[in-house]
Design a binder for this molecule. Structure first.
Ligand SMILES: Cc1ncc(COP(=O)(O)O)c(C=O)c1O
Length: 443
């Protein structure tokens, strides 16, 4: 079905296909032919110094808290600027000329990075929106529950609580490990298996805990759940749902390696994507029965709506992607971040982050009054390093470090720790400086 709108927008444009939708084409006598340039390569990334030079991040401070929000590397910045100029010049024409290709490129670049199919990926504004969409729309029959853990982030709990308020769907928490620093894979997997009950339909966990730095063995957890599922009917199958934000852009696993059913992440932390971007991936069969919460702007949904039908027949990714006009200059620059990461080399990124985190942990562990709360094992940790200093509040540690021009963070949990998150923008010398400042404060 075609929507004909002649004279839309002050009579200067005749828009065929859509006024708002994502398959529009603007036909205008003198419309600017602005379009996004193809992904630019970042240039030389062969040394970590060259990589650091791609970021305008201040050199005045050592930043060990970029796990919260990234600075943009050059290709992402350039793409944002290019799109912004196009939108500022002629927002509606630029939108119509670029929306279909850019939205497709967005999902395809995310899917290539995840190792999945573009139709399985929904684009969101951050992890929080992704988790709310995922847990808000999971198909739960009466009496079916969601099991989460005691180690998750506020946004997982709040998404589950809100789901429960709206639909009465029950959820409960299980403890996966007694103490983070001594956690083992066996302990985590056996507590998970014990925690899953006959009415459990989904397990909601976080890959790398921003509370402790523990990285869950998602593959082993997925295998344990697959064993449980062998005895279950399709509609009772336990779905493994993962907030993966602090593993995404740190660890190298693709979705097939992880083995989970759903994966949610923000792209504005370790991926170096535009601030205000994120995604939800679901295995094609796991998406079955999932209902949306926010209307999509995929043009197919408009077409169905005009025939009086819901968008259920659309692929799950486009169907679940929240609609409304967006900050497109940011969103459409996301493929550049995936390209940047691929150009860096994923295994190289993983190795560097682990090298710096291990160095950081070794240094902190050698300070007598410091208690490291993150496991030393690389299998059970990623790029987050959580610690306590005897007799000092975590916020006092972070405030002291700020006076020494070191940016750290406290964990926003009932039991709070001080936290460093070394990234590829840091050097071993910076890590050593930060550890030395902790030693000075602790003594
Ligand atoms: C584990 C975890 N999940 C989700 C979030 C929220 O991320 P976003 O800003 O992408 O919504 C955070 C915050 O950094 C987090 O630590």
């Amino acid at each position: 079905m075609k929507l004909q709108r002649r004279g839309f927008l002050s009579g200067t444009l005749a828009v065929t296909g859509t006024a708002l939708g994502l398959r529009g084409r603007a036909l205008a006598a003198n419309a600017p032919a602005a379009s996004p340039a193809p992904a630019a390569r970042a240039g030389d990334l062969s040394s970590w110094k060259a990589v650091r030079d791609q970021f305008p991040l201040t050199r005045e401070r050592i930043n060990l808290a970029l796990m919260l929000l990234t600075s943009h590397p050059r290709p992402v910045r350039d793409a944002i600027d290019r799109h912004r100029r196009g939108f500022d010049d002629d927002p509606v024409t630029y939108f119509h000329e670029n929306v279909e290709r850019s939205e497709r490129a967005l999902r395809e670049s995310a899917a290539a990075y995840l190792g999945t199919h573009a139709d399985e990926v929904a684009i969101t504004g951050n992890t929080t929106t992704g988790l709310a969409l995922l847990y808000g729309g999971l198909p739960l029959a009466r009496g079916q529950e969601i099991v989460t853990s005691t180690h998750d982030h506020y946004v997982t709990y709040e998404s589950l609580r809100l789901r429960s308020v709206h639909t009465g769907a029950p959820y409960r928490k299980v403890q996966l490990y007694a103490a983070p620093e001594t956690a083992t894979e066996d302990e985590i997997v056996s507590n998970l298996v014990k925690g899953v009950g006959p009415r459990t339909r989904a397990v909601a966990v976080t890959w790398v805990h921003s509370s402790t730095g523990v990285k869950l063995p998602i593959r082993r957890m997925a295998d344990a759940i697959a064993d449980l599922n062998k005895k279950r009917a399709e509609s009772d199958r336990v779905l493994l749902c993962v907030d993966g934000v602090h593993g995404f852009g740190v660890e190298s696993e693709a979705m097939a390696d992880l083995g989970c059913d759903f994966f949610v992440a923000g792209c504005h932390k370790w991926i170096f994507g535009p601030r205000g971007t994120g995604l939800v991936w679901g295995r094609a069969d796991a998406w079955k029965g999932h209902t949306g919460l926010i209307p999509t702007f995929d043009w197919g949904a408009f077409e169905l709506w005009m025939k009086g039908q819901p968008p259920d027949s659309l692929p799950p990714g486009p169907r679940t992607t929240p609609g409304g006009f967006q900050s497109f200059e940011h969103r459409w620059a996301l493929p550049e971040a995936f390209a940047f990461h691929q150009q860096l080399g994923r295994a190289r990124v993983t190795a560097r982050i682990h090298e710096l985190s291990t160095r950081c942990k070794d240094g902190l562990a050698a300070i007598p009054s410091v208690k490291l709360r993150t496991p030393r094992s690389e299998a059970l940790s990623a790029g987050l390093v959580c610690f306590e200093v005897a007799g000092k509040e975590p916020k006092a540690v972070v405030a002291y470090l700020a006076t020494r021009k070191i940016v750290a963070s406290t964990t926003p949990y009932a039991q709070s720790f001080a936290r460093f998150s070394p990234s590829i923008l840091n050097t071993p010398e910076e890590v050593d400086r930060a550890v030395a400042e902790v030693r000075a404060f602790a003594s």
